[in-house]
Design a protein around this ligand. Structure first.
Ligand SMILES: NC(=O)c1ccc[n+]([C@@H]2O[C@H](COP(=O)([O-])OP(=O)(O)OC[C@H]3O[C@@H](n4cnc5c(N)ncnc54)[C@H](O)[C@@H]3O)[C@@H](O)[C@H]2O)c1
Length: 341
């Protein structure tokens, strides 16, 4: 019978299990040098576990100090990946304009599966920025193989990472259109990333132009209860794949309602958001979960003409698996600060 200490990967000798916890700042997490291809592998494996229903992840519980904001507790256990923990995040859509602060920040606690003791506390900004686009592009590759055009709405933290991840996972892309109401955000994205990615980055003239130009579309703008319907139903045509990270905010709700398939990362999470009032026009009928499609448990696209909407609101299973990998790497490299419990 292994002891709790033996379940840890190369434990840092100075970290005493049950007495101490490893604290990792945003910069320390970044300095570990975990690459996008590694995150894609971890995320793919996690989605396969999720698709085969080998996980525990209650729908997010939250508190709401103001009408349009939420704090969510995101616990998860993925036995096949030895990962258990909880992310505690906030989403304040007006933070950038009001305070010059990010919309989303947070902390994550990773525990030792064997003994339950907390082993790490880390800033979760990087994890969120990485695992979200990883899900989008893995789903895009599965639902729309061979896509040559991609449109990204929102050029903030998520928008930039989506473009970087698209370069990793969608090798057929020739052109990526980017659009933001703040034109300077689209300009900055192009200036920063054009030298890095193998496809041409084009600033969209309008939301309509982008919606009509790209086979695959994704949005990471803001999440509010009342849909903004920026992309109109009539702009969407047969064969397009739409992958929102911002629930139903950006899109005319009729698009999801009439899509040939509406696929979500987590049915429970989407039902919870619907209960909170985020789908005033009703939650569309759900055909499958993203993990089920990635794991080939359920079929995704069935023909080239289908309109597919795949809404990924973010799953704690992905967070704790990446969090566990961060912890393991930090221990191996001796990074972070051991704090007394
Ligand atoms: N699904 C997930 O797992 C997940 C994870 C993290 C963040 N998010 C969500 O993604 C969204 C973006 O997050 P972020 O960290 O990139 O935020 P951010 O503030 O860095 O970027 C958002 C960008 O969207 C732009 N924007 C806002 N309204 C727009 C509109 N109508 N049309 C075009 N552009 C518009 C803003 O100007 C900004 O540049 C948020 O809603 C956040 O809650 C989802």
């Amino acid at each position: 019978m292994p002891t709790a200490t033996q379940t840890l990967v190369d434990p840092q000798p100075q970290l005493q299990l049950g007495e101490e916890v490893l604290y990792l700042s945003k910069q320390e997490v970044l300095n570990l040098g975990i690459g996008r291809s590694e995150i894609l592998d971890l995320t793919r494996d996690t989605l396969i576990e999720h698709g085969n229903h080998r996980y525990e992840m209650p729908a997010k519980i939250g508190v709401h100090p103001y009408p349009e904001v939420f704090y969510h507790a995101m616990p998860a256990y993925v036995p096949g990946m030895n990962a258990v923990g909880c992310k505690w995040i906030e989403c304040y859509p007006n933070n950038p304009s009001k305070f010059g602060l990010p919309q989303t920040t947070g902390l994550m606690v990773i525990n030792d599966v064997e003994s339950g003791v907390p082993v790490a506390i880390m800033d979760s900004t990087w994890v969120t920025a990485m695992r979200t686009p990883a899900v989008t592009v893995l789903a895009a590759a599965k639902l729309h193989p061979g896509a040559e055009t991609f449109g990204m709405f929102g050029c903030g933290v998520q928008g930039k990472e989506h473009v970087r991840y698209a370069a990793e996972a969608l090798p057929g892309l020739k052109t990526v259109y980017v659009y933001d109401t703040r034109e300077e955000a689209a300009d900055a994205l192009i200036a920063e990333l054009q030298g890095e990615v193998p496809f041409t980055l084009v600033k969209g003239a309008s939301a309509e132009a982008v919606a009509k130009s790209a086979e695959v579309l994704s949005s990471a703008t803001l999440i509010i209860k009342e849909p903004l319907s920026v992309v109109k139903d009539e702009w969407i045509s047969a064969g397009q794949t739409i992958l929102p990270c911002d629930l139903n905010t950006f899109w005319d709700p009729r698009i999801s309602q009439r899509a040939d398939k509406y696929i979500v990362d987590s049915i429970e999470e989407h039902e919870l958001f619907a209960e909170m009032g985020y789908f005033p026009d009703g939650l569309p009928a759900i055909a499958a979960e993203t993990g089920e499609v990635i794991a080939d448990v359920k079929q995704g696209r069935e023909n080239a003409d289908q309109i597919i909407v795949n809404s990924n609101i973010g799953m704690a299973v992905c967070d704790v698996v990446v969090g566990r990998a961060i912890y393991d790497r930090a221990v191996a490299l001796g990074a972070g600060t051991a704090l007394s419990l």
